[in-house]
Write a protein that binds this ligand. Structure first.
Ligand code: NAD
Length: 292
């Protein structure tokens, strides 16, 4: 079993981006600038946004964190988004999800200018992705493609099973893996909460992408020998032995699945850091496009 080291791979990608940024700076060109909007005070969201800001510092990007109160109205949030849309210094920005219940998430994502939409969530960019046209790929699926590519894992003609059909992970993952691309050309099955006899499907899979948000859901008796496992799930569970008071669990029961797997991502240190690295890559791309 080989561990797919997202921490190391993402550090490599960030080093590559940092070199690009120093070249830009040497040439007197504009430094890439990523902004993030954080609404409310959810602990996990704060952690993710802080990690994104830290990654910006690591690669030499400028970053702006816009912190807004959980009680902000939808109209006020839309005004903040418009301010970033028209700010020429900001190349790309994200709105950290989830948003408070009184705000229409889809409306907010549609307000982000597609050429600054480095999360790749705007319908225009989702459409381009679906048609396999150049665009910002959503960071988590893009990070998974990159990890598979760098570990030279064959996907062409393989049976890929995706568990979970969210707009940010499962659905785009299933679309990308089926496309004619370097990491792709797979025969994909997208499964979800209404899928019947999931186990009979996962047992036939060469590669399983697990993104349902149920800790340790996928067990060893649900997979075949030699399977490649990509664990997207992140669930916080209380753990008084940790300084933070919690530990992170993936959607895969690592102890029973890892011995059967040829490759597997750990949690933490697998898909999570790759997501952040791909956000940096998208921001670099946004800067280049905005300059053109
Ligand atoms: P979500 O919570 O929006 O949706 C869950 C999906 O799982 C749904 O499509 C549902 O149909 C499916 N599902 C639920 N129960 C199921 C079952 N018993 N069998 C099969 N399918 C089932 O999903 P999400 O936003 O993609 O998040 C999934 C997990 O991934 C969460 O733990 C989240 O924290 C994590 N996540 C991690 C990253 C990262 O960078 N590592 C990024 C995004 C999300």
């Amino acid at each position: 079993m080989i561990l797919l080291d997202g921490k190391k791979t993402s550090a490599d990608i960030k080093d590559e981006i940092a070199i690009e940024v120093s070249k830009l700076k040497e040439q007197g060109k504009k430094t890439p600038h990523l902004a993030a909007i954080l609404v409310g005070d959810d602990g996990a969201s704060r952690t993710y946004v802080n990690a994104k800001v830290k990654a910006c510092e690591k690669v030499g990007f400028a970053s702006t964190l816009v912190k807004l109160n959980a009680t902000i109205s939808e109209a006020e949030l839309l005004a903040e988004i418009e301010a970033l849309n028209i700010n020429d210094d900001v190349d790309g920005f994200i709105v950290q999800l989830p948003l408070p219940k009184h705000i229409d998430e889809q409306k907010v994502l549609m307000a982000v200018s597609p050429n600054k939409d480095v999360d790749g969530f705007h319908p225009e960019n989702v459409g381009k992705m679906t048609l396999n046209l150049p665009t910002f790929l959503p960071a988590t699926p893009a990070g998974i493609l990159e990890l598979l590519e760098r570990y030279e894992i064959e996907t062409s003609g393989k049976n890929v099973v995706v568990i979970g059909r969210s707009h940010i992970v499962g659905s785009p993952m299933s679309i990308l893996m089926a496309q004619k691309r370097t990491v792709g050309n797979a025969t994909v099955t997208l499964t979800h909460s209404r899928t019947k006899d999931l186990e009979s499907i996962t047992k036939e899979a060469d590669i399983i992408v697990v993104a349902l948000g149920v800790a340790e859901f996928l067990k060893g008796d649900m997979v075949k020998d030699g399977v490649v496992i990509i664990d997207v799930g992140i669930t916080r569970v209380d753990d008084s032995s940790k300084k933070s008071g919690f530990r992170l669990l993936g959607d895969v029961h690592f102890e029973s699945v890892a011995p059967k797997a040829s490759y597997i991502t750990p949690v933490p240190g697998g898909v999570g850091p790759m997501t952040i690295a791909m956000l940096m890559k998208n921001t670099l791309l946004a800067r280049a496009q905005n300059e053109a």
